[in-house]
Design a binder for this molecule. Sequence first.
Ligand SMILES: [Zn+2]
Length: 568
Amino acid sequence: MTLSRKAALLLATLSLPFAPAALARTAHNTAHKAPVAPVAAPARAVPANAPRLLVAIAVDQFSADLFAQYRSHFTGGLGRLQQGAVFPAGYQSHAATETCPGHSTILTGMRPAHTGIIANNWIDQSVTRAKKVVYCAEDETRTAADPKDYVASVGHLLVPTLGERIKAVWPTSRNLAVSGKDRATLMMGGHVIDQGYWWKGSGFTTLEGRAVGPTAVAQNAAVTTTITAGDKPFDLPDWCGARERAVTAGPVTVGTGRFALNAGDANGFRVSPRLDRAVLDLATRLVDEQKLGKGATPDMLSVSLSVTDFVGHGYGTEGTEMCIQLHQLDTALGDFFASLDQRGIDYAVVLTADHGGFDLPERLDQQALPKAQRAGIALLPEALSDKVGATLGLDPKGLILADGPAGDFWVKRDLAHAQKAQVVAAAKAELLADPQVAAVFTADELAATALPTASPDTWTLLQRARASFYAPRSGDFVVLLQRGVVALPKPGPGYVATHGSPWDYDRRVPMLFWRKGMAGFEQPSPVETVDIAPTLAALIGLNVPAGTFDGRCLDLDAGAGSTCGVTP
Ligand SMILES: [Zn+2]
């Protein structure tokens, strides 16, 4: 496994309890090793005023647009967080605004160019199995012929998370992560996780080689009871009424759903507000089991709530479904914070998202955005291979590979160098003639581009793509679609809308920080999700070498004081 020089340097500096070479190990393998005390880092005193528990919450696909649209209705947990430090224009500043890259930025403080998580999936033509698509959170070396039956692993993440950094300095600290998705648990938790759970099939599962503990067994029993019995639909809040309007996308009609749960329908449970509540209930149970926030050193709890994303994909962002989801999310978060209060824990919260989102083109068209459209099938790698193959007189089979009509594209690896360059040039010319394509950048162009340092709202498309570029994994070229073109050619049940574009509806997310007694403020200027790790590190007095993070510490003190102290 190739490791970036920067990552290797960081790990050496940190004396983390694993050597860089061991990074390729699976979570399974590292899970079996008792955390080794850091070699160089002496035990440091925890500042007296440091919170004893950091809670990092990612609401999957919670765009800044959704936050703006609904924030006046939040009275529960999201209402509470609005009393803290509010950054309504946080940026997942990179181009490939997908779940895995987005989660990888939040607690590492680094952009995908440094985390190595360039997308949810990429093509690796060197893998031995037939299917060359590699999932960001799998160990492809241990996957059998069927990639669906993968071994979940954090091995692709090149850098440590905040929870790992905390444990390296204070070995008694705990690092826990729970989510509806394995990639969210792993990218927020990192390589050294004390407890890690995610939803799989009909209940919560954990890292390979570990048993599901009694706390998660109890949570799974509660979930099973609900699924077995079924559940009535959710009430529609008064203020959701205006959203109730049916819209048709291909074979699917959405816009009026209320999440009635048929008995035995585990997938219906998953794609409903019930799963987020179950994740938060499991988190609360684990707080008790692990005595989080009660020790002498700070603990880290990561929670990623996936249902907003499932609802966004399945129903879009503007129907009754999203309105009910955000109301239920607000309520469930309120109950979660109340349960932490009851336990007398001094905790600090950050809530953000892994990426934003965009409604389905069919409803956008009705609601004053007629230029929204679905990507044409001519952009798919098979169609592109046919055209380029014909132009250059090459066999089109597997000539150009990709995981969809946008993002990274790869050229067949056994072509000669000059021939490969011809394919890239021909594909670029073909794509740029398509009115749906905004830009095509080659790997050479991206490698020659400096990582941007200006405010993320001002970045060019090239700079956004650069922040997603990691040479050993990225494609031979990257395709960015025009604003409003959705990279989902055909809608279907459960999948009518998507994100992943370099446009601000997918890049902008809220960043909300809260701690009891904190005087709140709102800062509308752009910040980045890579600012979260340095901000939280400073809050607990965790010193990290200057230059470690791509982000900066945000001063959460509303007055003349600073929460950033001397920490960079
Ligand atoms: Zn996501």
